[in-house]
Design a protein around this ligand. Structure first.
Ligand code: NDP
Ligand SMILES: Nc1nc2c(c(=O)[nH]1)N=C([C@H](O)[C@@H](O)CO)CN2
Length: 241
């Protein structure tokens, strides 16, 4: 059996696009999802293994790790794609502050604790694969400047970028660890026209490129033997305007 590539949150959008592309190339793929839905059947029909997982807390992460180890004894790569783009809870009353704290803990768990524990637990599975081994973290290009509306989201993505460097140092030379920092790849369905127009103007190229630019970047990373500890921006020239 070819060692599978694990893509967390790979049942939708960018992660799904990458999962389908890898499966179409004959690569064994495992994805995680939180709730059963009909469109997962199309992935299963392509031979993709789907594992139910919620990374909102430590118990959910450890449950997933146990489930993964029952599913496979080796891994070609781990792509930490799962994410929750949760806006900050504003307000100074106790209820708002309590919700803000809960949100921060949630985002820490999904964006930092899950990659941290899964990487640590799955190092032996990657080493069991005879060939190149990769870990890819999906961050966000906005890490370098922060966000007025998504401060906790961006802070936990910044922590994920730091983990990229730590794991790159700790897992070298046997496992490469890199990050991709996208910006405006694919709108959410409920993004309105005004938001879309404003968002497009934030980059030099002013387009919504779609998921393939991330799939291409994943392919580049997996096939480059001399890349580790880097964060690759895929942001349409946002940094130059
Ligand atoms: N789309 C864009 O323009 C940008 C994307 N990025 C990053 O790229 C990656 C992919 O983006 P995109 O496809 O839009 O991401 P999504 O917002 O679609 O999130 C990816 C998937 O993560 C899963 N997920 C969410 N919360 C949890 C949780 N608590 N536990 C486990 N899984 C969870 C969901 O899958 P399910 O519901 O099936 O469980 C979700 O569809 C993300 O890391 C994102 O932060 C960064 C900048 C721009
Ligand atoms: N988990 C997610 N993270 C982000 C998303 C998303 O849909 N899910 N979208 C963005 C936006 O595209 C932003 O970059 C510009 O609107 C950022 N992160």
């Amino acid at each position: 059996m070819r060692a599978p590539v694990l893509i967390t949150g790979g049942g939708r959008r960018l992660g799904r696009h990458a999962a389908e592309a890898l499966a179409d190339q004959g690569q064994s793929v495992i994805i995680t999802y939180r709730t059963e839905r009909s469109d997962l059947e199309q992935l299963r029909a392509k031979g993709v293994t789907t594992l139910k997982a919620d990374f909102s807390d430590q118990a959910g992460i450890l449950d997933f790790i146990a489930c993964l180890k029952r599913e496979t004894s080796c891994l070609r790569a781990i792509i930490h794609n799962a994410s929750d783009w949760l806006p900050d809870q504003k307000g100074v009353d106790n209820a708002s502050l309590s919700q803000a704290a809960d949100n921060f803990h949630h985002l820490f768990s999904v964006h930092m604790l899950a990659p941290f524990l899964i990487n640590q637990a799955c190092q032996p599975l990657l080493l069991a694969h005879n060939g190149p081994r990769d870990i890819v973290h999906l961050s966000d290009a906005v890490v370098c400047k922060g966000s007025k509306k998504h401060g906790a989201y961006v802070a936990t993505k910044a922590g994920l970028e730091s983990l990229t460097q730590s794991f790159a140092a700790g897992f070298a030379p046997d496992i490469k660890v890199n990050a991709i920092a996208p910006a405006l790849i694919m709108f959410q369905p409920d993004d309105d026209a005004e938001y879309r127009k404003k968002a497009l103007k934030k980059s030099a190229l002013q387009i919504e490129p779609g998921a393939d630019v991330i799939t291409q970047t994943i392919h580049y990373i997996l096939n480059n033997p001399y890349l580790t500890g880097v964060v690759l921006p895929v942001e349409g020239g946002r940094s130059v305007i």
